[in-house]
Design a protein around this ligand. Sequence first.
Ligand SMILES: Cc1cc2nc3c(=O)[nH]c(=O)nc-3n(C[C@H](O)[C@H](O)[C@H](O)COP(=O)(O)OP(=O)(O)OC[C@H]3O[C@@H](n4cnc5c(N)ncnc54)[C@H](O)[C@@H]3O)c2cc1C
Length: 426
Amino acid sequence: MPMKTGFSARRRTVRNGGTRDSLGRPPTVVIGAGPYGLATAAWLSAAGTPRRVFGEPMECWHTNMPMGMFLKSVPTASSISAPESGYRFEDFRTARGLGPVGDLYPIPVEEMIAYGRWFQERRVPELERRNVRGVEHVDGLFGVTLDSGEEFLAGNVVMATGQVPFAHEPAELTGRLPGELVSHTSGHRDLSRFSGQRVAVLGAGQSALESAALLHETGALPTVIARAASVAYGSPPDTDRPSDRPRPVRILKPGSALGPGWSHVACCYGGGVIRRLPRGTRMRLLHAVLGPSGGWWLRPRMDDVPVLCGRTIRSAGAEDGTVRLDLVDSTGHTRVLRADHLLLATGYRVDVDRLGLLAPELRREVRTFRGAPRLSSGFESSVPGLFFTGLAAAPTFGPVLRFVAGTGFAARRAAGSLAAGTRDRP
Ligand SMILES: Cc1cc2nc3c(=O)[nH]c(=O)nc-3n(C[C@H](O)[C@H](O)[C@H](O)COP(=O)(O)OP(=O)(O)OC[C@H]3O[C@@H](n4cnc5c(N)ncnc54)[C@H](O)[C@@H]3O)c2cc1C
């Protein structure tokens, strides 16, 4: 049922961005200018789809990831997809006069940000560097309100708003600590503010281990608390160039954007098949493939950082302005850890309800499973014209959607579906 809102009452008078197509349909709106939004815009542009694209280019990488971080994905798996050649990470390096790099080159986050902005300037020059404040359903179209107050109608909306809205705080910690004593890793760009402080880092994945290494290097005193019995690190690639691996090894473990191995190849190219698997299987796959581990180059940097494995937090509270954590191990043995701050490196959980950008009525119209939107093969939700890409699509299409490497699969499908106007059931 269409909503009766102020927007719908005003709809005949709102601007439409001047981008209606030849049939008079209002534009497709892409919200977010990270790798998925930029790739979607590039593919929509090639298909001639009228569009408006919003966001600050690579904002999340600049604001919600720590300075000094390195990418875990190798250069060949870190390109933003465009339908034309010439926009890959290696093309960016060539354009900047930088030499070629192989799998042994961890990309500094600053270089990835520069690459994303370079891509945007060349491939998505129409980007409007403004935030979308709200989206609501208006008589089968979408009423879009910008931060500037501008309102217009869109025919389709692609939600490319990334992982930050899905930052996960374990339920047992909710409300236990005042805001100044606990934060999620996505809340930090500069970890040097913790210099001299004891920081308990909760988690065992790349984000936990890299945050701990960076904290240690900026003069803080981190302690990692991991539920797992041990923390894992990747191994350095055998060769800098995958093609230099001996042929039998390449046959047994073919290379892919997610790393070597047939199961990784299947995840890279089999998103359409994964979508048809039972939900439980998909969720297991999502968590099992490339599960928590640190990049190979992190291990030596963690030598002097204490890591408490096999521990869970039984209770947490504030004591004299600091954090008190009661930790318990698998034998039931408890110990108290005191810290000046608790840093949650506890990842992200897709939940459409967390997307406050969408009007509550619109959110309720989106059919979900375990919080994630159900999506058609073209990334369209149960609300016709409302698309989700990036992490929000990972529970449907599998683990490659957690990484930049999935931008080709996602953008090609979503743009194709939008151009064709055909729909299958989500
Ligand atoms: C610490 C960390 C390390 C990672 N390392 C890697 C790696 O090595 N390799 C890899 O492939 N992936 C890595 N990832 C995952 C990577 O971040 C995602 O794959 C990628 O960013 C997804 O792109 P996206 O466009 O979906 O989301 P994002 O990059 O998060 O972009 C979403 C954008 O939407 C914008 N936005 C949100 N709301 C609005 C609004 N209302 N209006 C306008 N704009 C809005 C945000 O500002 C943001 O810029 C890492 C993630 C983290 C957290």
